[in-house]
Design a protein around this ligand. Structure first.
Ligand SMILES: Cc1ncc(COP(=O)(O)O)c(C=O)c1O
Length: 396
């Protein structure tokens, strides 16, 4: 909280950047805003995960995660962030020494290559520069004789939405036994995702993104077929042994103590997302991101990536200001966005409506960006960004 007494001499000329009067907002691509009713789920008397109600809640949340995917994959909820969930999928499906190809074009996808190398796999990288999209045929060629392909659908560091359908189809055409594990940490529940039709075996995500829940839970969703390839008693993980977890969770129990309070919150949050068909949810999230991108473009800050993710608008500021300056200015206004990730802190800034946010939040962000840019000395035509955002939100 900002100390209001810290600005005793404030005049109306200092508005609207007077933080104590602003509503503080999380407009970063995770953690995201959470519905206060979801937060209140955390404030119950401590529940027990072995009680009938706790077991029921675990099963309920897992069923809703499957529903949010749209295909009959089985969900494991991990008490970890998304990275832990991804590690669990990797060590539980890939045997020692196997060839793992990682397709990367940004900070998050780079992490999976590093992880595979550190875990002692025969790790190979197929890369594009940050801001670009992966070439499906190039990835397929690299994965021709691989055991497993790791791919990041929505690259949150660059705002690129890689063509998971095309990459998966090309890779599988050349290597039918290939296991495909997808980091859908910011695309699950946000972007169109059809893993069964696209041939993606495993989907990984985390609670602090599209499912609009506090951080602390990871999700791994396994296709029915891939479950037969889960390694029993993997020597590369104990806590993250997904064979053991999946077997337990299918029967309503976790081998270890789960973050049961978060599972209650998750289940409630998923209800809001599931009250419309998935294609309606995806289309609305797409429009919200388009509104942010249109607002940025109107201010001279177009999207970095040519194929944009609906989870995050990664925008390149006009000459004279940097991503770090925009992000810092927004923070002074009480709006938590993010600059780019190293080494691109100055190249871009990142804003998002991924979580408990709607189209009107997108309009607010457009207005906030106008204000921030004007105060940084950019010549801004007032209303232009908001108008551009409105146009992008119109349903055809
Ligand atoms: C695409 C992507 N992958 C991986 C991660 C890491 O997830 P976590 O911080 O939940 O471990 C993030 C987090 O922002 C992400 O956006």
């Amino acid at each position: 909280m900002t100390d209001t007494a810290a600005r005793p001499g404030l005049t109306t000329a200092d508005l609207p950047a007077y933080l104590p009067l602003n509503r503080e907002r999380l407009i970063a691509p995770g953690p995201v805003e959470v519905d206060p009713r979801v937060l209140l789920e955390l404030a119950q008397p401590q529940m027990h995960h072995r009680a009938a109600a706790g077991i029921e809640k675990l099963m309920e949340a897992r069923a809703k995660l499957t529903q949010l995917l749209g295909d009959p994959y089985d969900a494991v909820i991990t008490t970890s962030s998304g990275t832990g969930a991804f590690e669990g999928a990797l060590v539980s499906l890939v045997p020692e020494g196997a060839k793992v190809v990682n397709a990367q074009a940004g900070k998050f996808s780079e992490r999976w290559g590093e992880m595979a190398g550190r875990l002692g796999y025969d790790a190979h990288i197929v890369a594009k520069p940050w801001g670009e999209v992966l070439d499906p045929q190039e990835v397929a060629d690299a994965a021709r004789d691989a055991h497993t392909l790791l791919i990041t659908h929505s690259e949150t560091s660059t705002g690129a939405l890689h063509d998971l359908a095309a990459i998966s189809a090309a890779a599988r055409a050349q290597n039918p036994d290939l296991i495909i594990i997808a980091d859908c940490i910011t695309s699950y529940g946000v972007a169109e995702l059809r893993p069964a039709a696209w041939g993606v075996d495993v989907i990984v995500s985390g609670s602090q993104k599209g499912t609009a829940t506090p951080p602390g839970l990871g999700f791994v969703l396994f296709s029915p077929e891939i479950q037969t390839r889960l390694i029993r008693n993997t020597p590369r993980g104990f806590y993250l042994d997904m064979h053991r977890e999946l077997t337990g969770q299918k029967a309503g129990s976790t081998p270890q103590t789960p973050a049961i309070n978060l599972i209650y919150a998750l289940s409630l949050s998923l209800e809001r997302l599931l009250c419309v068909p998935l294609d309606v949810l995806w289309a609305e999230k797409r429009r919200q991101a388009d509104a942010l991108i249109a607002a940025g473009t109107a201010l001279g800050a177009p999207a970095w990536a040519p194929r944009t993710s609906p989870a995050v608008a990664v925008l390149t500021p006009p000459a004279g200001i940097t991503g770090r300056q925009v992000s810092a200015r927004l923070a002074e206004m009480g709006q938590r966005a993010l600059p780019g990730q190293a080494p691109h802190e100055d190249t871009v800034f990142r804003v998002s409506t991924m979580g408990y946010a709607d189209r009107y939040d997108a309009l607010a962000i457009a207005g906030i960006l106008e204000e921030a840019f004007a105060s940084l000395g950019v010549s801004v035509k007032r209303g232009a960004a908001v108008q551009a955002a409105w146009a992008a939100l119109q349903v055809n």
